[in-house]
Design a protein around this ligand. Structure first.
Ligand code: UDP
Length: 479
């Protein structure tokens, strides 16, 4: 168990093991959590897969952090898009088998060496880590990297609301209210991984959620550390009896939160991918609040048709734009489609800027960015709140629908692409996107309202949010 990177000797007796699912949206908040724990005197060992470690262009060298790797059997990586449900099931069971074995040995070894771990924190989608720790009598906490609202909805689903929520998704008519939540949910607001159907591209993940909630059910008052803050989701944080949800977010690099550590922009969202390097100069050359930033996160793939509609909307709205089009992000079939796309990219480059990857927190905190067209992943949601950038919410799947609902209706920081505008092929046409962009970037009452609210949440997330969450985390560490 030699550690590839451990730079500080710690005399503190608190040693936390952090086990995370191998994905960008897990490692970003996990690294921020690690940094905060370390600043509180805790020694943190972060366990990641070998593939994830190899993918990192810059290995994190955070003083006090030990990084450990293990093989999940897929050292060349696993894509949820190329494999079907069965492939994912195989992948998940290998990850569980190899991961469980590794942490069992690791925890036992450290205890024998007289340097026992004192707590295990595991991120969503690796519930097996909790089971190993429980058998070895090591206390655990779940790091919930989605909204507290999503936790409440999913918890209800597994506790008596399964039929009601499933019927709601299918019927698409009346709104649903969940006890404890001050939200009226339509079919299009419910996390799509709760819809178990062969045509649902995200239902592969359902069994892992099921297992996660079974694991929580076996515990008395389990601790769930949530990447949110008190003022953002006060009801949702209390909506589930018997689960101790502790808000510890926003888990964003401190440089972007309070400016106390301006040199520390490390791992602000670019840990697994090398970023293009000239987009900051490009942003510098643009007027204040004039740029539309477009990103669909680290996972999602777009069809060629949807990409062309987005391109039409961006070209038509006559504003500078920065669009993240990751490598292999667009599904193309055949040489002809590939050529059409590269032709489209050429046209786009004349009006805006296309990057393969950027540091999103850096972009969102740039003064020239006026609007964020987002797929509403939870990290992107938190990052837009912290930066005070109004959004055009364009959710694609998973919990993104619920996040979009919160952005538009609860916090009122943007406009959502109308779910009714999604056509039979699942495409939103350029005109609808243009409509949303014109509202958010325009000068009407709605634009003023969303900008004002975005500023309000920026202030709340940095001041009240950051402070109260820090207090919560300190109490958890010392508890
Ligand atoms: N991200 C980034 N650069 C990009 C695109 C995304 O740094 O060009 C980061 C973004 O800041 C966020 C993460 O990738 O922290 C995406 O997580 P999110 O939960 O928003 O979506 P997911 O990738 O899980 O769909």
């Amino acid at each position: 168990f030699a550690t590839p990177s451990s730079t500080m000797v710690h005399h503190d007796h608190r040693r936390f093991l952090l086990v995370i699912y191998p994905a960008q949206s897990h490692i970003n908040p996990a690294l921020q959590l690690a940094k905060r724990l370390i600043s509180m005197g805790v020694h943190v060992t972060l366990l990641i897969t070998l593939h994830m470690y190899r993918r990192m262009p810059n290995k994190p060298s955070i003083p006090g952090l030990s990084l450990l790797t293990y093989s999940d059997g897929y050292d060349a990586g696993f894509s949820v898009f190329t494999g079907g449900d069965e492939d994912y099931r195989l992948y998940a069971s290998e990850l569980k088998r190899r991961g469980s074995e590794f942490i069992d040995d690791l925890i036992t070894f450290r205890a024998k060496e007289g340097e026992p771990f004192t707590c295990l924190i595991y991120s969503l989608l690796v519930p097996w880590a909790h089971e190993v720790a429980r058998d070895l009598q090591l206390p655990t906490a779940l790091l919930w990297i989605q909204a507290a609202t999503v936790m409440s909805i999913v918890h209800r689903y597994f506790h008596g609301y399964e039929t009601l929520i499933s019927d709601k998704i299918k019927s698409k008519d009346e709104a649903l209210t969940i006890p404890g939540l001050n939200l009226s949910l339509s079919a299009c607001d419910v996390p799509t991984f709760l819809l178990v159907s062969p045509t649902n591209p995200v239902s592969f993940i359902f069994p892992v959620f099921e297992e996660q909630f079974q694991v929580l059910d076996k515990e008395t008052n389990p601790i769930v550390l949530v990447n949110t803050f008190e003022a953002l989701e006060p009801e949702a944080l209390r909506a589930v009896d018997g689960i101790n949800m502790i808000p510890i977010g926003p888990l964003i690099p401190s440089a972007f939160l309070d400016g106390t550590d301006p040199a520390d922009t490390s791992f602000g969202g670019d840990i697994l991918n090398a970023t293009d390097d000239d987009y900051v100069e490009w942003l510098d050359s643009k007027a204040e609040s004039s740029v539309v930033y477009v990103s669909f996160g680290s996972y999602h793939e777009l069809t060629k048709k949807q990409t062309l509609e987005i391109a039409r909307a961006l070209l038509g709205c006559n504003r500078p734009f920065l669009w993240v089009i990751r490598e292999k992000m667009i599904k193309v079939e055949g040489k002809k489609e590939e050529e059409e796309l590269s032709c489209m990219e050429e046209i786009l480059k004349r009006k805006g800027k296309i990057v393969k990857w950027c540091s999103q927190v850096k972009v969102l905190s740039h003064a020239s960015v006026g609007c964020f067209v987002t797929h509403c992943g939870w990290n992107s949601t938190m990052e837009s709140l912290v930066s005070g950038v109004p959004v055009v919410a364009f959710p694609q799947w998973s919990d993104q629908n619920t996040n979009a609902k919160l952005m538009e209706d609860a916090w009122k920081i943007g406009v959502r692409v109308n779910p009714k505008a999604i056509n039979e092929e699942g495409i939103v046409e350029a005109e609808e996107l243009r409509r949303c962009l014109d509202i958010v970037m325009g000068s009407g009452e709605k634009a003023k309202e969303v900008r004002k609210n975005a500023q309000k949440w920026k202030m709340l997330s940095r001041e009240e949010g950051h402070r109260s969450s820090d207090k919560n985390l300190r109490a958890f560490v010392n508890g």
